[in-house]
Write a protein that binds this ligand. Sequence first.
Ligand code: IVH
Length: 671
Amino acid sequence: MSDFRAAAEELRERLRRWSAEYYQEDSPSVSDSEFDRTLLALRALEEAHPELMTADSPTQRVGAAPLKGFDPVTHRLPMLSLDNAFSGDDLVDFDRRVRERLGVPAVRYVCEPKLDGIAVSIVWEEGELVLAATRGDGQTGEGITHNVRSIESVPLRLEGSDYPAHLEVRGEVYMPRAGFDLFNRRALAEGGKPFVNPRNAAAGSLRQLDSSITRRRPLAFCAYALGFWEGGARSFASHSEAMAKLSEWGIPISDYGRTVESIEGCEAYYQELALARQDLSFDIDGIVFKVDAFALQEALGSVSRAPRWAIARKFPAQEEMTVLREVEFQVGRTGAVTPVARLDPVFVGGVTVSNATLHNADEIERLGLMTGDTVVIRRAGDVIPQVVAVVEERRPEAAASIIFPGHCPACATALAREPGEAVWRCEAGLVCPAQQRAAIAHFVSRRAMDIDGLGEKIIDQLIELNLVATVADLYTLEAHTLAELERFGEKSAENLVAAIAKSRETSLARFIYALGIREVGETTARQLATYFGNLESLIGATPEQLQDVEDVGPIVAQHVVHFFGEPANVRTINGLLGRGVRWPVPLQDEGNLPLAGQSWVVTGKLESLSRDDAESALRALGAKVSGSVSGKTTAVVAGPGAGSKLKKAQSLKVEVIDESEFLSRLEAWQV
Ligand code: IVH
């Protein structure tokens, strides 16, 4: 028995401390969900052992005591909180309870986003804003009239004339994401401390004794309920009607509010907003569902801290805290060294996360990160998990600085960083086993050569046993060799060889992408393939020609030229082609176009068009354009100043035409 008492007291102490951190210091050391879980645990304990309950237990309070320095404001009606639902089933249960109490078959609900800011009450007397207060403990809050007045979207005077003489409105003060990002960037630039999230930023900004500080914070307000009101001719039948009226009087309400005729509509709304969530301009942490009709709200009434007529369905938390165990430095395909955080596994954004990218050395410094630190992990939508902040208050004594390596962790080559770049790189190329492995993993990936069954562990084995050094070696693998290896049986060895064989038939775009040229992603690869039509032209392309391709700028062009200028890469490409990798020649160029199958060279200076334009025109007509003259060259366009290419053409008896002849032929071809 005394064990339970001690456990309950321990939970209460913890919750009180966290509550103070959250409400008074705006600097929580635990996540919301950890707080919620602990509160639920305490509530369960107190319900099972009612004799352990104390009057000041955190389960009996909504928020925390007012801060010193602000006048206390007693709410005319208590500011309630909301019960939470964590699943569709919880929501169905809520609807069942509501319908049973009311004895009706279906209920109309209002659905609204649950804004992640802080609750305030604002009072207008005869249309003039006279008072604003925080929720505080639900009975008494802190007077923050001067601060709320400084929020741009809150009307100091109501519009229209049919508002009640005394009107109290409740709503959320929040900081839109754009304002939050801007504020944090500014704070960092000025050497200040950034806020962990928009909610803390809103809370911290509102709780300023000096309202000129609040005024500079990008806060916004959104109304979500009526408080106490009296006087005037108006009355309201429903929440939706009241909200529409508030909006007419100039008070901001949610753009996303919607009424639905039954609980199914609530579920559909939840799913819709869950998808739209990451694109909203502000943070929301769930959806609030309210019985629309005020008569029904009244009939349902409230329990101690929350109304029976409303519920908040929370989204899975997008932020959680966990501990950074160590930082590993991974070498990618292009030699870029990326620090990766190894974390105590934590459930966030609907999945268990145990790794998060730290991007680069600057990011580690920006975060002020040390191993052993408690960190805030964010995983929103499909975005990869990020470390967004360090909880310095929780830094253990044994925390250690993170030292970025000076040498490649895979091959020990000294790392280099180009001026202005954030990334350190190993420039050893395919000599570095890590880059070898990453190059192969990229080559076989689904959107590249699409070879199934070649996971990283198998690639490591193939490299270690010297069976594969470059991607071209994959096409020499035989089933009986593979069958001997770990992780292989006869069948899986045969399957892999078959998958490799099948990948020989590919497209030029996939092949270019699979090569893993820096900055050449799928789209650029496709554009290069369409523009050049064949690999030889791409390999021979100058930086200028490359820049004629859509989206290719000087940097990408430089990477492409550099890649094909590397003899090892050309050897690998020849190996691949020699082992049967191929793709269909683009259909549209074949046959129909006047210069299909021909090979042209342009040399010397042209008068009326640039050499690039001449070459583009030839390509558009189906010709291949080459940089050198050979026996296969169909014709050479030579302008003044043409030198060795002209001589070679003459010696090989290749047709040579001048600019005016070229232009007249162009005209003829265009028809
Ligand atoms: S209605 C009596 N509607 O969530 C009902 N609350 O966890 C009062 N919140 O204290 C609340 N968006 O600060 C309501 N559309 C919304 C809301 C909302 C955010 C906050 C509010 C409340 C807390 C409850």
